[in-house]
Design a protein around this ligand. Structure first.
Ligand SMILES: [Zn+2]
Length: 401
């Protein structure tokens, strides 16, 4: 099992990364033995991975990071770095390699201060590994100021530093940054490829794997969660019942309220899991007395943490709602396929009865308008419209009565 095994349906990208890892390895070997690096290298110091959510951007970046740190003796015999077993590969994949920093944010944006810290780190030479690798999983969330800080680091990188940026699309990254990165595009993997990896890697029953892969349309992480997490399955089922519960305005408003409440519940869950411990840890670090009294001058740090937690809560709620709206769009897309007699495989075959009923009771034009209203709702949420307001407007437009 190599570091590349988690990359599903991305043969072209894998080939390119493996080639780069091989050249990178030769470069370091030459440098450390006093030679000069070869000119024509498939390796470069800044990469940008784009692709739709769930296509495996961060998985690809992490596999590449592991391959760059691979110390397997097979490399010297012409093997591709990224054995998956050696210390370099293994510690990178589990997130403990000293020279691999994986930056993942649960915030809506990444600011200047955090980016400065990263840039400072990027200037260091690798401590134990062959490269200093920084994986920025949400490069689309850099504020403009943060982007400018990063730009300098990407322009003049330290000789053994590699930046791996991930974003949904090229447009999500500052033009000045993306022009300095080598760009790789990941495709949405096929339903069959996702189902296959769920069976092979996660030991999920083939039929359940297929249902989950179909329902999530090539999003590996979501498919895995759906196949393994009862709560995720219940949530999806509730969302897919919504189209049948919109007989009158009152019912629509009630359904909207439930969607928003469920998202708030998700945020509360995350807060319960994380916030309390975080706060206690910070209090202890700042030297709280046993009675919980805080020393003078620590109020600012406590306030900063509280703000951070509030931003994370907002983000969790938004992600949760967005997921529900994605499922709902998929439902009406299936309805449209049935109405048009299309032969494409349905994402939500498991709720075929509901799909048939809505398809029978409406027209393709109506279905398109419903899909548009869901898209409009997502856009409104992006613009920070109050969630309940946006979801209510959408739910009313789904009305069947
Ligand atoms: Zn290895």
């Amino acid at each position: 099992m190599t570091v590349w095994d988690d990359l599903v349906g991305q043969a072209r990208v894998q080939e390119q990364l493996a080639g780069a890892a091989k050249d990178a390895d030769a470069q370091v070997t030459l440098q450390t033995s006093g030679g000069t690096a070869p000119d024509a290298s498939k390796m470069t110091h800044a990469w940008l991975f784009t692709g739709p959510p769930g296509s495996g951007r961060s998985t690809a970046a992490r596999a590449f990071a592991a391959a760059l740190q691979c110390v397997s003796p097979d490399r010297a015999l012409g093997g591709i770095p990224g054995c998956g077993f050696c210390d370099g590969c293994h510690t990178t994949l589990i997130g403990t390699h000293a020279d691999v920093e994986i930056v993942r944010t649960d915030m809506l944006s990444i600011g200047v201060k955090e980016t400065r810290d990263l840039v400072r780190r990027a200037q260091l030479s690798p401590a134990v590994g062959r490269w200093q690798v920084i994986v920025l999983e949400d490069a689309d969330r850099l504020t403009e100021g943060a982007g400018n800080v990063l730009l300098k680091a990407v322009e003049e990188p330290a000789p053994r530093t590699v930046w791996l940026l991930c974003a949904p699309s090229l447009e999500d990254v500052l033009p000045t940054i993306r022009s300095r990165c080598r760009h790789l595009t990941l495709n949405t993997p096929s339903v069959a490829a996702v189902a296959d990896v769920l069976v092979r890697r996660d030991g999920i029953d083939p039929e359940a794997a297929m249902t989950a892969a179909r329902a999530t349309q090539g999003h590996i992480g979501r498919a895995r969660r759906l196949a393994t997490d009862e709560r995720a399955r219940k949530r999806r089922a509730a969302v897919l019942r919504l189209p049948l519960r919109t007989d009158d305005i009152g019912a629509c408003l009630k359904a909207a309220q439930e969607l928003v409440d469920a998202a708030a519940e998700d945020a509360k869950q995350v807060a319960e899991d994380v916030d309390g411990k975080e706060t206690e840890d910070l209090k202890a670090a700042l030297g709280a007395s046993t009675g919980g009294r805080m020393p003078r001058g620590t109020a600012g740090a406590m306030k900063e943490l509280a703000d951070r937690q509030k931003r994370r809560s907002t983000r969790t709620q938004r992600d949760s709602l967005d997921l529900a709206l994605t499922d709902l769009t998929g439902f009406y897309r299936d309805v449209l396929a049935l109405q048009l007699g299309s032969s494409v495989a349905l994402a939500n075959e498991d709720v075929r009865d509901s799909l048939d009923r809505i398809a029978r009771d409406s027209t393709p034009e109506r279905t398109l308008r419903r899909i548009e209203s869901i898209i409009a709702c997502r856009e409104a949420l992006d613009r920070n419209v109050a969630p309940l307001l946006a979801v209510e407007a959408m739910a009313v437009s789904l009305r069947t009565g």
